[in-house]
Design a protein around this ligand. Structure first.
Ligand SMILES: [Zn+2]
Length: 466
């Protein structure tokens, strides 16, 4: 059976195949680098990683482009508030994002591209849309006239025919009820960055960024376009309108979207105090592998309820597999093979593959692994595990780790690891808060001995290696 994916466009689970050969042209919406990414964001990035890994495990080669949105309403607002240039502000968060992705073992897309490095191409694309009558100008901004695009609403499956024609929206994010002609290009404003281009001075809207970069690197038609469900409207709907108006071709054949993450059953928000970045979790002593496992363990189209109990269970699950591997790696087993255990290893591999092929059903894939681990452990206990059964264990665990990638513990190459540093910084903050300055100083010195220099700033603690 081929890989099957749920396509938001058709609202069906469909067999997937790339249009040409074995190469999958994939575009995924990357981060808007205005702050640290939070665990809700990382659910989506882990989903991209699982999709990549499973396509590769199924014999495909990836040509995967992910953008970095380094200019948008929120970034400009924050950079201005901190008196920083757009570049300085976004470079810092881009680097932190890349570090977080590496810590979570997310495979790096073949190309990571920045919006601000493609402004001229965006302007040319908008000029083309203007020449073909899809746009109009108002107060120096350019808007996409959605009534000109007959298929508007085909992705979000919403009927927009009753919409007020000519009404406009300037912000990048809005609800379906506010569907209006959206800004392709925004007029320059005092104190905001602007670029001089063939369509005048200003800056691009968010939606045109992805259309232009996707087409530039992958051509008119993508095999897969992915994102979180929050991007279906307006972002992806607008991407389709722009892209298909530009090229006259279908923009993406498969639209794949991951569901929301809740924390303790509630929407994550700073005001509820349930808002977590990876740093917060590492500061509480959780490992990158536990976070990765928890985010990967729930099938991407199901809502994920994030809890600390869940993280602890993830930790236990990982330990169970690691202990099993250690037991097999170091055990001495009698010669020969336990036929029934061999058959169970084979069926675990088959079930794992079938589950992942079935729209990346990670929960079922994990169940196959854990049932096998239980059976094999029982066989070891009773002396029925034989030397030749080690091959079956290796086959199951290899497949498991190709996707989940949690068997190896995060290593501390070159000294203390980033999660450990973050954890000590969190301890130091707690010590200071409870006025235990001796402990706070001791932590500072401990870090210094390990080559990490702390710097207290008004925005919190910064650290660097010596
Ligand atoms: Zn996008």
């Amino acid at each position: 059976m081929p890989v099957r994916l749920h396509n938001t466009l058709t609202q069906q689970v469909q067999p997937f195949e790339p249009l040409e050969g074995k190469t999958v042209k994939m575009y995924t919406c990357g981060p808007t680098v205005y702050d640290y990414a939070h665990i809700g964001n990382f659910r989506t990035f882990v989903f991209y990683d699982l999709l990549r890994r499973w396509l590769r495990a199924s014999g495909y080669t990836l040509d995967h482009v992910m953008n970095i949105t380094d200019v948008d309403d929120k970034i400009i607002r924050n950079a201005v508030a901190q008196g920083k240039s757009l570049e300085d502000y976004t470079n810092a968060y881009t680097q932190k994002f890349m570090d977080d992705c590496a810590t979570l073992r997310l495979e790096r897309p073949e190309r990571i591209v920045r919006a601000t490095e493609h402004i001229d191409e965006m302007a040319s694309a908008i000029r083309k849309l203007e020449d073909e009558g899809y746009t109009y100008r108002s107060d120096g901004s350019l808007y996409f006239r959605i009534s000109k695009f007959a298929h508007y609403g085909k992705l979000s499956h919403h009927d927009f025919t009753q919409m007020v024609s000519g009404a406009r929206v300037d912000v990048d994010e809005y609800e379906k009820a506010d569907a209006r002609d959206f800004a392709l290009w925004k007029a320059p404003k005092p104190g905001e960055p602007a670029w001089d281009t063939v369509i005048g001075s200003g800056r691009p809207g968010w939606h045109i960024e992805c259309s232009v970069m996707a087409i530039h690197y992958l051509g008119a038609t993508l095999d897969i376009h992915a994102g979180g469900v929050d991007l279906i409207f307006p972002h992806h709907e607008n991407e389709i309108a722009q892209s298909e108006s530009l090229t006259g071709k279908e923009f993406a054949r498969y639209w794949v979207h991951s569901e929301f993450l809740l924390v303790d059953g509630q929407k994550m928000s700073k005001s509820l105090g349930n808002f977590y970045t990876l740093r917060d979790l590492f500061g509480r002593g959780f490992t990158p592998e536990s976070v990765r496992y928890l985010l990967a363990s729930v099938p991407y189209r199901k809502g994920l309820n994030f809890t600390f109990d869940g993280l602890n269970s993830a930790k236990t699950a990982i330990e169970r597999v690691r202990n099993f591997k250690l037991r097999v790696d170091t055990g001495k087993f009698a010669e020969g093979e336990n036929e029934s255990l061999r058959a169970r290893a084979e069926s675990a591999v088959t079930r794992f593959r079938e589950s992942m092929d079935d729209d990346l059903n990670t929960a079922e894939a994990l169940a196959a692994v854990f049932e096998y681990v239980r059976d094999a452990n029982t066989a070891i206990d009773s002396g029925e595990f034989r030397a030749a059964n080690v091959a079956g264990v290796n086959a199951v665990l290899h497949l498991f780790d190709q996707v989940f990638d949690v068997l190896k513990a995060t290593e501390h190459t070159g000294g203390i690891s980033e999660p450990e540093i973050e954890s000590l910084i969190a301890d130091r903050a707690a010590a200071k808060k409870s006025r235990d300055f001796k402990r706070a100083d001791a932590i500072r010195n401990e870090l210094l001995e390990k080559g990490v220099i702390l710097e207290d700033t008004k925005d919190g603690v910064r650290w660097k290696r010596k």
